[in-house]
Design a protein around this ligand. Structure first.
Ligand code: NAP
Length: 298
């Protein structure tokens, strides 16, 4: 049997960023409007620092206005809320993203609730989650949107396919399931209490793994010819001892890639699959938010 086609998320994301940059230039030329994204980082989590820096750089590269707020780990809730309120009111800012996780004394739920749903480019507010579930226009979590783009590009029509999503977080699993449902898939959501997960996964024409357990999904969990989207990211020290000593890490997905590749029809690698799509979709969400906030047709 032939090996799976590798879904090149890195190349797809580069094309998407180019498309967004062209649309940003048009928006500026025709409406004098520059989409603006504010990213807020509380504390000094090393992985979050890399994500935040990349978001800032790619926002600017797309021709958008970029603002990054780096706050001390001991920042209080009133101080953080004062910043979010200011960003909610700032007409130059169309997207607000608070990088999670936040230090333990802060509540993620309370922070999300403070962000204006119109600027909630992570799609985490109850308003946007509810709008997505109700089939109304919403700002939707970037990574699931990116997964859908890769799936539609690889498979074309998704209607009628059985999709299994492993993971039920508000950021990933739930919006992914909603998007697949909206695309007329039959959707199963699996999680840590699912009985006989391998048997559930073997039913999937589309298998999305968003767990965060390195190589949990084995080759014999996969239906021959299925499309496998690996969202999981677990960091291990680099295999090169020198790089490891410098704190360099390597990323491992939720899917045992070599085993899965021999069975699946399509598969995303880690890195270079879903990961690059997240920021590209964040740029697109910021563009969408800027248009909607200014009453400009999409
Ligand atoms: P999360 O909030 O920790 O959710 C993990 C989900 O996996 C939970 O629903 C959990 O089930 C489920 N789970 C845990 N152990 C399981 C097991 N043994 N069997 C079946 N399900 C299990 O994580 P998340 O934010 O959704 O992210 C998931 C992964 O995707 C992480 O590795 C994260 O780093 C990665 N991620 C990547 C990107 C990207 O840009 N590529 C973006 C977002 C997330 P319960 O609900 O029952 O606990």
């Amino acid at each position: 049997m032939s090996e799976a086609m590798i879904i090149d998320g890195k190349a797809f994301a580069a094309r998407l960023r180019e498309t967004v940059a062209v649309e940003v230039a048009t928006l500026k030329a025709e409406h004098g409007l520059t989409p603006g994204l504010a990213v807020v980082l509380v504390g000094d989590d090393p992985a979050s620092q890399v994500y935040v820096r990349n978001k800032g750089e790619q926002t600017a590269a797309a021709g958008m206005y970029s603002e990054t707020h780096r706050l001390a780990a001991e920042t209080s809730e009133p101080e953080l809320f004062a910043l979010i309120d200011r960003l909610n009111d700032d007409p130059a800012i169309h997207g607000i993203l608070v990088q999670f996780p936040v230090p333990g004394h802060l509540s993620q739920d309370r922070i999300v609730a403070r962000i204006s749903p119109d600027k909630d480019v992570d799609g985490l507010t109850v308003t946007n989650a509810g709008r997505l579930a109700s089939g109304l226009p919403a700002l939707t979590s970037c990574t699931p949107v990116g997964c859908m783009m890769l799936l539609k590009d690889a498979l074309g029509e998704l209607r009628g396919k059985h999709a299994v999503v492993i993971g039920r977080s508000n950021l990933m699993g739930k919006p992914m399931a909603q998007l697949l449902l909206a695309a007329d898939c039959t959707v199963t959501i699996a999680h840590s209490r699912t009985v006989d997960l391998p048997a559930v996964c073997r039913q999937a024409d589309i298998l999305v793994a968003a767990v965060g357990r390195a190589e949990m999904v084995r080759g014999d969990w996969i239906k021959p010819g299925a499309a496998v989207i690996d969202v999981g990211i677990t960091r291990f020290p680099s295999r090169d001892p020198e790089k490891a000593a410098q704190g360099k890490t390597r990323l491992v997905g939720d899917v045992a890639f070599d085993e899965a590749k021999a069975v699946a029809g399509w598969i995303t690698p880690v890195p270079g699959g879903v990961g690059p799509m997240t920021i590209a979709c964040l740029l697109q969400n910021t563009l969408t938010a800027a248009r909607r906030l200014n009453g400009i047709a999409e």
